[in-house]
Design a protein around this ligand. Structure first.
Ligand code: C2E
Ligand code: CA
Ligand code: CA
Ligand code: CA
Length: 275
């Protein structure tokens, strides 16, 4: 479960009712935001640490609110999840992301974040297959990023979803690795092609020896199990060097690029291929 960052109180005080009112407001506005064209998908590169080339873009949703300005997903995705709006929103995100990816060279893949509610919605797997078909994107070019929270309940629907899409060639990545619990049980059970080591492991300008040892162990496991290890949240060259030396093959973070609009993503790819 995600913590909303605000201090918990025992009383139903005015800040709590304000909070509730704010959530209701976000919910109502989210429902119409897609139609009003206020949402867009940005793309953040995931880079091959050996060659420096872009292998994947992660789709990250952005909401440009006419009054409130840019809203971060951490603010509205939880509301979308609690209210069920995430199903409509998620379908839209997948469709947009697939359309953008269809314009890129064949060896570049697209990663899309999935919430657990999306997976449990009826016809969830079919919705993704249809989005791929409509965009004419090969299923092997889609990677779905899931977190451990996905596996906490209702494993039947989750299992069906994962096996249906895996059999069609869609890949799965385990996101925010190292922050939940029983993670290794899921690594053992599901066919992940990637593990994304949570940003908290590289926070701070340097990576400590301790952290480096942990990343090294995860990378070794990845190599044995044929999974690639992505280091997230790389902001400095020191961090990039440390995680590469520890055995991570892929990296993502502001050191390389922030999430950018689709035309810039396409430009980054074109630039790389001209060199
Ligand atoms: P996430 O999947 O772990 O995504 C990575 C987040 O880290 C993104 O924040 C990204 O902008 C940020 N980030 C990347 N590199 C760096 C760095 O070097 N330093 C720092 N400080 N941050 C970095 P963002 O876009 O605000 O997304 C936050 C979370 O919202 C995501 O975490 C994901 O859980 C959720 N989210 C975003 N887009 C979607 C979506 O389309 N669908 C769903 N279900 N969730 C989404
Ligand atoms: Ca992610
Ligand atoms: Ca992550
Ligand atoms: Ca996250």
């Amino acid at each position: 479960a995600k913590v909303n960052g605000r201090r918990q109180t025992c009383f139903f005080d005015s800040s709590m009712s304000r909070d509730l009112a704010r959530r209701r407001e976000i919910e109502a506005e989210l429902r119409s935001a897609i139609q009003k064209n206020e949402l867009s998908i940005f793309f953040q590169p995931i880079v091959d640490l050996a060659t420096g080339r872009i292998r994947t873009f992660e789709a990250l949703v952005r909401w440009f609110h006419p009054q409130k300005g840019e809203m971060r997903p951490d603010e509205f995705i939880p509301v979308a999840e609690e209210t069920g709006v995430i199903v409509t929103l998620g379908n839209w995100i997948t469709a947009q992301a697939a359309k953008a990816a269809a314009q890129w060279p064949d060896d570049v893949t697209i990663a899309v974040n999935l919430s657990s509610l999306q997976i449990k919605a009826p016809g969830a797997a079919l919705g993704i297959v249809n989005a791929l078909r409509e965009a004419r994107l090969d299923p092997t070019r889609l990677e779905l990023e899931v977190t451990e929270s996905l596996f906490l309940d209702d494993s039947e629907a989750t299992d069906a979803f994962i096996s249906e899409l895996s059999s069609r060639g869609v890949r799965f990545a385990l996101d925010d690795f190292g922050t939940g619990y029983s993670s290794l049980a899921y690594v053992n059970k599901y066919p992940f092609s990637k593990i994304k080591v949570d940003r908290s492991f590289v926070s701070g300008p340097e990576v400590s020896n301790r952290t480096e040892a942990i990343i090294r162990a995860v990378a070794e496991m990845g190599a044995q199990l044929d999974m690639e290890i992505v280091a997230e949240g790389l902001e400095t060259i020191e961090q990039v060097t440390a995680v590469r030396d520890a055995g991570c093959t892929l990296g993502q973070g502001y050191y390389f690029s922030r999430a950018v609009p689709d035309y810039l993503a396409a430009m980054l790819l074109a630039q790389e291929r001209d060199e």
